[in-house]
Ligand binder design. Structure first.
Ligand SMILES: Nc1ncnc2c1ncn2[C@@H]1O[C@H](COP(=O)(O)OP(=O)(O)OP(=O)(O)O)[C@@H](O)[C@H]1O
Ligand SMILES: [Mg+2]
Length: 260
């Protein structure tokens, strides 16, 4: 038994990275907000079992989390919270608990419970975004395998790019046909972002024979920092800011892409 979310009606997109702290959770929150504003139903799953904080970023304080569902103490509907978005549909958030070791090693029984619960709550959703931990760990790889598409986030820093490439390579070796989208975040300039994206594209083409799709370039933006402090997505709070605009465009590009 492995987790698979492929019979879902929703598009299931996992967001990951090689290196930590590169902006995954902000990308998830931004894309989710952009789609909510477009009138779509979005569910987000915090699968960063080590450092869960998607709930905090969306201004929520969960009492119960995925841990309670997997332990059989609550059902998914009881732990799911609604994150409001100004003038739009709310985002359904499935929070998780930080540092819960059982969650980092999903056994087949837990996987089945997770899959069935998710299928139920995503029945009428357009999107399910999964915010994962950084790095190559079993629990992360399971989430990536379960999703239909993967977004890898990297900053333009060489260390982050190298780790993003390592993740891309591993994914490619395991599932060469899975659509992978690349996001360069927190770039100081468009030039820096484009250069980083070109480097990754060239490496993917040269070493893996893979055409890498660059989904978006998000600039470093103080509005995003302010939005994090206010526990709202930058797309909600400052939609016309450089980062807000870039994330909005990214959502449009993702929506235009073919379904996996
Ligand atoms: N575009 C940006 N402009 C300015 N700061 C940014 C930007 N993107 C991310 N940051 C900074 O990086 C921090 C980390 O972002 P985030 O929590 O989204 O990363 P992450 O990849 O989810 O981290 P983790 O690996 O711990 O889950 C943010 O709180 C913010 O301070
Ligand atoms: Mg995160």
């Amino acid at each position: 038994m492995t987790v698979t979310f492929s019979p879902f009606i929703a598009r299931v997109v996992a967001v990951t990275s090689g290196k930590g702290g590169v902006g995954k959770t902000n990308v998830v929150a931004g894309l989710a907000t952009a789609f909510a504003k477009a009138g779509q139903k979005v569910v987000v799953l915090d699968a960063n079992f080590g450092l869960a904080n998607l709930d905090v970023l969306l201004g929520l304080s969960p009492k119960y989390t995925l841990e309670h569902v997997l332990k059989g103490e609550k059902i998914m509907e009881e732990v799911m919270l609604e994150a409001p978005v100004a003038g739009a549909m709310s985002i359904s958030v499935i929070p998780t608990s930080s540092g819960v070791h059982e969650l980092s090693h999903l056994d087949p029984a837990l996987e089945l419970r997770l899959t069935q619960s998710l299928q139920r709550v995503c029945e009428d959703a357009d999107w399910l975004f999964i915010d994962t931990a950084a790095g190559i760990h079993d629990a992360v790889l399971k989430m990536l395998a379960a999703a239909q598409e993967v977004i890898i986030v990297s900053t333009p820093e060489p260390t982050s790019l190298l780790d993003a490439y390592a993740m891309l390579k591993l994914l490619h070796l395991r599932e060469p046909d899975k659509p992978v989208h690349m996001v360069i975040n927190n770039a100081q300039s468009l030039e820096e972002a484009t250069e980083a994206a070109d480097q990754l594209k060239a490496a993917a083409q040269h070493f893996l024979g893979k055409e890498l799709e660059i989904l978006g370039l998000v600039p470093s933006d103080r509005h995003l920092l302010q939005a994090v402090r206010e526990q709202r997505s930058v797309v909600d709070l400052y939609p016309n800011s450089p980062a807000g605009t870039a994330l909005h465009h990214m959502a449009e590009s993702l929506a235009e892409g073919l379904r996996a």
